[in-house]
Ligand binder design. Structure first.
Ligand code: NAP
Length: 297
């Protein structure tokens, strides 16, 4: 038998904490990245019971981990166990990536960067001067809206079922970044779409298995969408949600959430390893990532 020496005493450690983590594709992505880059890291998922979050964070630090991802339900709660936050993570109020350096834990939010990079790559344009309509006001909406404001969007409308949640995001943007955000009721979409360049769904409406759902009725959308609109759905299963199919019919540029998922992982890896991953490696790893995500889809 050949010896198995994938992990040695020099291998550096990365991981994920969440509850549950059984369906995560992050180990596949990060271990593929390490192999592609010839980096001696291993990435492991840990299912952490809610009563053990603090112990898990302290434990990862004590074990010498270089960093770790944080997923549902701990993206906000983990903050109290960290030493500092990036500006974006502080404004977003959620952390999905932690880097440990000299025993200090710094929290980042790479969902925001994942969104911006996938948007740029898939649309060939940036967020600067864009008028954005964000549907939903949960954690993902906050990351996207804050990032768009930081990147120079000229207007951000947020519509949500629960109005105080959209108002909360609007206040953060207007108070700490720039005064461009407005909160509206869900049924204002009809008036807001014609004033927007980009429409983003951040609700789970349309996600597998509820593929018949959409945040806006098709008949309404088809009346107001123009081919110049970019319609972005953070959902990636199915590939094209009902919203994206409708937008495609109207001739719009459509983007799903797979690129956001990919680039949030890429950016986390760049933070941990302090490297920038070159385009040819990214393309190669993206092909592997597609295979991994199809297996989990
Ligand atoms: P969240 O914090 O729970 O927020 C969900 C939002 O959707 C809330 O604003 C909620 O409204 C709204 N919503 C839920 N059900 C609704 C309904 N039936 N009608 C109208 N509004 C409804 O969730 P999240 O963490 O932001 O995640 C949202 C979606 O993003 C999920 O589908 C998730 O899989 C996806 N996601 C994708 C990526 C990626 O990388 N592509 C990353 C993160 C998340 P209320 O405020 O009124 O409850």
């Amino acid at each position: 038998m050949e010896p198995v020496e994938i992990i040695t005493g020099k291998t550096r450690l990365l991981g994920l904490i969440g509850y549950p983590v059984r369906h995560t594709i992050s180990p596949g992505l990060h271990n593929t990245l390490s192999a592609a880059l010839g980096q001696d890291y291993v990435y492991l998922p840990f299912e952490v019971h809610p009563t053990n979050l603090e112990k898990a964070v302290t434990g990862l630090q004590a074990l010498g981990f270089t960093g770790f991802n944080v997923t549902i339900p701990y993206k906000e709660e983990v903050i109290k166990y960290l030493d500092r936050l990036s500006r974006e993570a502080e404004l977003i109020g959620a952390v999905n990536t932690v880097k440990i350096c000299d025993r200090k834990l710094t929290g980042y939010n790479t969902d925001a960067e994942g969104f911006a990079r996938s948007f740029a790559e898939m649309t060939g344009t940036g967020l600067k001067n864009k008028k954005m309509l964000v549907i939903g006001a949960g954690g993902t909406a906050r990351a996207i809206a804050v990032k768009a404001a930081l990147e120079g969007a000229s207007k951000i409308y947020i519509v949500n079922r629960t109005r105080n949640k959209s108002e909360n995001i609007v206040n953060i943007i207007n108070q700490y970044i720039t005064d461009i955000a407005e909160s509206h009721d869900l049924d204002s979409i009809f008036e807001l779409v014609p004033c927007s360049d980009v429409i983003i769904n951040t609700t789970p409406l349309g996600m597998h298995p509820d593929v018949d759902k959409s945040p806006v009725e098709d008949s309404v959308l088809l009346k107001i969408l123009k081919p110049s609109h970019i319609v972005y759905d953070v959902i990636y299963n199915p590939d094209k949600t009902r919203l994206l199919l409708c937008a495609e019919k109207a001739g719009c540029k459509i983007v799903n959430g797979l690129g956001m998922l990919f680039y949030q992982g890429i950016h986390a890896y760049e933070i941990w390893t302090e490297t920038t991953i070159e385009k040819n490696i990214l393309d190669e790893v993206y092909q592997a990532f597609l295979k991994i995500s199809q297996r989990f889809g």
